[in-house]
Ligand binder design. Structure first.
Ligand code: SAH
Length: 470
């Protein structure tokens, strides 16, 4: 961070600007929103500047700046639209001790003016250190659209009510009250003016004081394969509201960052065959937090209902009469098949698809190998790396064609994604050679679609080449 964002108190302080054209006007429109004392030096000022001076909004001095003109100024803007004049005026201001901004000249400026979303007293400043003004403007436009226009007055009225709101217990009860005010009751009342908003605040407080503490609730949320863009809107919202997030090893960092900053984050990561949090401990943790009234998000990778030991956790909640719900997510098979440009089912090829696990609690999992060994079958194999040789052996033993296509997608949807194209015959050796350490989904019976047609716009997946496939 080359520029440190702060909010500078300018009330009663001098802000000086040199220039009288378009650049000066653009800055003055912003500066006139502040409580600073503005002085403009311009030989030939635009009519708007003259009008502002006539209205007493700024002091206009119709000449070039000279040394001493910026004494005691907090800020100085060189808006002369002339490099030589900008250099001359900013040198004077610097000598007089003001902080200097040269309009459209990052290099010679000591501070920069951010893009501003103004809902006074709520002010949002957006800066890109000059790297991407277009981006700053786009973010500003998005925020302008999203934030209620009345946010400013609501915040001002709300501020005066903070003491009264302390009647509610600190924490969730108070937070719920303010959320209700800013996003429901406040905006609804604002058309009636300040008294209507005051009335709404009083009513809202009475209502919230009467509320019993909200009972705990557990949302089993599918976190998808890793790319945060593949979360559902509902998952996004619940993460934003959760008091406690209990998550698995495969949940990616960018997704965890979407959780509320105050949320308690609990890692119950489980490594296949490795150290893990016992399922009973996870069950107890979920129950314990929900019983304390927390809104718990139990975040599982992919879809919570696929190889997620969901039912054991649900049984634990049911035993304690705790309310729960399931929010679906994109399972690894869906994400992985998209990355190879194929369909999970296809007319004339396979009318069904199996989701298999490579191992279960007893070891390598057994399946209907005889059916799977028939031509045209497709299976998405989860947790299939360590069991690859076992699966290969069973299928070949039951008559499967050794040349059946097999594709392994590691880290589907994540920046580290890799795709291994192989055959049933070569699977164990190809896997060993690829040394995959991330989660990997194995497709039995599917090869990536022709390279030229796949992933034209996917920044993660390099084109699949024959070389990579070996
Ligand atoms: N509930 C999850 C699956 C949990 S089991 C889901 O619906 O996706 C864990 C297995 O899922 C991993 O061993 C791997 O086989 C697969 N998996 C999860 N995320 C993956 C990813 N991003 N890429 C490839 N496979 C993944």
């Amino acid at each position: 961070m080359d520029h440190f964002p702060i909010f500078l108190r300018v009330e009663g302080r001098r802000i000086v600007l040199s220039g009288g054209g378009e650049a000066a006007l653009a800055k003055l429109r912003l500066l006139l929103k502040t409580a600073g004392h503005i002085t403009v030096f311009a030989q030939d000022p635009a009519p708007e500047i003259v009008a502002w001076a006539d209205a007493g909004k700024l002091a206009l001095i119709r000449r070039h700046m000279t040394p001493g003109d910026t004494l005691c100024a907090a800020l100085f803007y060189a808006a002369d639209e002339d490099d030589a004049e900008d250099a001359r005026t900013s040198a004077i201001a610097r000598a007089d001790g003001a902080l200097v901004n040269v309009v459209d000249n990052l290099e010679d400026s000591q501070f920069i003016t951010p893009a501003i979303v103004d809902r006074d007293p709520v002010t949002i400043a957006i800066g890109t250190e000059g790297a991407a003004p277009v981006l700053a403007r786009a973010i500003k436009a998005e925020l302008e659209e999203r934030l209620p226009a009345a946010l400013g007055p609501l915040a001002r009225i709300g501020k005066a009510f903070r003491k009264a709101a302390e009647a509610l217990p600190f924490g969730r009860a108070r937070r719920d009250f303010w959320r209700d005010y800013y996003f429901n009751a406040g905006p609804a009342a604002i058309t009636g003016g300040e008294t209507a908003v005051q009335g709404a605040l009083d009513d809202l407080l009475t209502d919230h004081l009467a509320r019993k503490a909200r009972p705990g609730h557990v949302h089993f949320v599918g976190g998808g394969p890793g790319d945060p863009d593949l979360l559902t809107m509902k998952a996004r919202r619940l993460l934003d509201e959760a008091d406690v997030v209990i998550y698995d090893r495969l949940i990616s960092q960018p997704i965890l960052e979407l959780a509320r900053r105050e949320a308690v984050m609990i890692d119950v990561g489980k490594e296949a065959y490795g150290p893990s949090t016992p399922q009973e401990t996870i069950n107890d943790l979920i129950v314990e937090h929900a019983q304390q009234g927390a809104q718990v998000v139990r975040l599982k990778s992919g879809d919570a209902t696929v190889f997620g030991r969901l039912d054991e956790e649900i049984d634990a909640l049911d035993a304690h009469n705790i309310a729960w719900s399931i929010v679906p997510g994109i399972t690894a098979a869906s994400a992985a098949v998209a990355e190879i440009g194929q369909s999970l089912t296809k007319r004339g090829r396979n009318a069904s698809v199996r989701f298999l696990t490579g191992h279960d609690m007893k070891g390598f999992a057994d399946h209907d190998w005889a059916t799977l060994a028939q031509p045209g079958q497709v299976a998405a194999i989860y947790m299939g790396k360590k069991s690859a040789r076992f699966i290969q052996g069973r299928l070949i033993m039951h008559g499967a064609d050794r040349h059946t296509a097999v594709t392994v997608i590691e880290n589907a949807s994540r920046p580290e994604q890799r795709i291994l194209e192989t055959t049933l015959d070569a699977l164990p050796t190809a896997l060993a050679a690829a040394e995959m350490s991330g989660p990997a989904l194995t497709f039995y019976g599917l090869a990536p679609r022709e390279a030229a047609q796949v992933q034209a716009d996917n920044p993660y997946s390099p084109p699949i080449t024959a070389q990579e496939a070996r």
